[in-house]
Design a protein around this ligand. Structure first.
Ligand code: SIN
Length: 290
């Protein structure tokens, strides 16, 4: 059993927000894709968003860049349609709803709308997406704004709160401390790092957006450094995210101080990565217990 932000989880392996659509994954790939101890949704905004122009994904040395731009149907359609269908797919698995906004009041409004909705086990504040013009990382790169948004959401709901931060900031410990001071129960470390792949013929970004978020194994050392620094400084619950693709790489983040880990990019190569790591982490059943 893993205790994360007050949630009792069967094991310490989650999906990273936005990398596993439970509905599509189960329909196309089957139940083996759905082993996460808690299912984290794609970040939802108050209003529908189209996302960024394509191309949205590019391979880079050992990892991936994305410029998805947080497309989504908006909170009303999420509550009426996406959330109930997600719950049908994931069963009794707790659902952590990732929320995003362009302003502090967007987060506050989303928390108020989600408070008391059946099946919402916790909220994750996305303060770290690098792919939008305003909001998310522009709030989460600033200590005072991070404190304010977390405090406002904390005053709006009693749901467990996770705050997801970016590695592309000057002082991750100060930002995590602001989140904790504001009332966060856990921090998620980290979202993707700001990156760029450039076309030599045009000098422009390979992706449809001006840059992208770097994920996969190249992110792992950054995530490890963030997890270790925050654990030593604050002792708060942490979801470690960055290049988790095996039992060994999950174990590294747990050893650095993460309470749980989340798998993202690796699920694109092998959608059963979460369930494989969870099974490998499970203690063997003793003969007496069988
Ligand atoms: C995106 O939709 O742009 C990626 C999600 C994120 O970085 O939070």
């Amino acid at each position: 059993m893993t205790l994360l932000a007050g949630l009792r989880l069967d094991h310490p392996v989650l999906n990273a927000s936005g990398t596993l659509d439970a509905i599509a994954a189960r329909d196309v790939l089957g139940d083996a894709t759905l082993g996460a101890a808690a299912h984290v949704t794609k970040t939802i905004f108050p209003d529908a968003r189209p996302g960024n122009p394509s191309p949205r994904i590019a391979e880079t040395a050992g990892g991936m860049l994305n410029s998805i731009g947080l497309p989504g149907p908006g909170i009303a359609a999420f509550i009426d349609d996406v959330l109930p269908r997600t719950r049908t797919c994931v069963g009794v698995t707790p659902v952590i709803v990732s929320i995003g906004g362009e302003s502090v009041s967007d987060y506050e409004r989303l928390a108020a709308l989600l408070d008391g909705v059946p099946g919402v086990a916790a909220l994750e504040l996305n303060l770290s997406c690098p792919n939008i013009e305003s909001g998310c990382i522009s709030i989460g790169a600033d200590v005072a704004e991070t404190l304010l948004v977390t405090r406002r959401v904390r005053a709006t709901t009693a749901l467990p709160l996770l705050v997801k931060l970016s590695p592309s900031v000057s002082d991750i410990v100060a930002l995590a401390a602001a989140a904790v001071d504001g009332g966060a129960d856990a921090v998620t470390l980290t979202n993707t790092a700001r990156g760029l792949a450039v076309r030599v013929d045009t000098g422009r970004s390979v992706l449809g957006g001006p840059g992208g978020g770097l994920s996969g194994p190249p992110l792992r050392p950054l995530a490890l450094a963030a997890v270790y620094a925050v654990r030593v400084a604050l002792g708060v619950d942490i979801v470690g995210v960055g290049g988790v693709d095996s039992l060994a790489t999950a174990a590294e983040l747990l050893a650095a101080g993460a309470t749980a880990v989340a798998v993202g990019t690796a699920t694109f190569r092998d959608p059963t990565t979460i369930s494989r790591i969870a099974a490998a982490l499970a203690p063997p059943t003793s003969i007496e217990a069988r």
